[in-house]
Write a protein that binds this ligand. Sequence first.
Ligand code: ATR
Length: 287
Amino acid sequence: MEINGHTRTCGLIGNPVEHTMSPLIHNTLAQKLSRNLVYVPFHVEQGQVADAVKGAYALNVLGLNVTVPYKSEVIAGLSQIDELAQKIGAVNTLVRVEDGFKGYNTDMPGLYRAMCSEGIELEGEDVVLLGAGGAARAVAFLCASKNVSRVYLLNRSVDKAQAVAKEVNEKTGKECIYPMALADYRMLPDKKFLAIQATSVGLYPDVDKAVIENRDFYQKIHTGYDLIYKPLQTKFMKLVKDQGGNAFHGLKMLLYQGIIAYELWNQLSVSEEMALEVYEILKENWK
Ligand code: ATR
């Protein structure tokens, strides 16, 4: 693609950003859709997020993604915020509007679209959600908004599980999140669950760990979805599969959070067919 006087710029702000795969997603989409757009990473130092957002607006940047550790901090510098992002308290996508940027969370719709693409249902399901950090909190909001039957929220620190459950139940008006200690998985009802792995355990380089190692737990799981995509086969996934369940990694979630951001910036929809083409390229270039 030729970069010329009409080229629009999108990018990623975070720290670090050096290992991101987002440029591959967005630049591939721009090429496939013949859009005159480039996507670049911007390493932003601590304390400079508000300046970065202001500067991006002044530079006529079309949109930004936001990654660790700025997904909450960036909110103060926005002119508008989408309702879901507001509830979750984390923004990963900024869309240029008249008077600044509007913040969205495309991580959760991205996870939902990734699950739909794999044929995983949330509505009416009983879900075991592992973790109570930022990622798990957002998944709990997604589950509540998609009318799951129950979410058993298991975390090492049970006080955090309780706090997340209280907040999500209150903000969504659905009493569907049940907090538990991680070690209490034995007390789960005797049936099969969809499990969503949202802790940081098992993330590269800690590839030989899973948040629950006991095989008894995995006998209760029909489908395991790990938000981690490095490595592509986590220990959690292996344990799920060993007990006969289906297991998925988080690379499709990464893809769809990017696709939804791209759709917001360019006001178009990306077909499932094109999404899967980009997914193949993402897998080929995955490091
Ligand atoms: P993120 O933004 O990725 O969610 P986070 O907010 O730091 O990251 O949350 C990390 C999650 O992984 C938490 O649920 C954490 O459990 P605690 O709340 O008890 O700290 C969980 N976690 C991290 N290391 C863990 C470990 N060794 N065993 C069990 N849980 C762990």
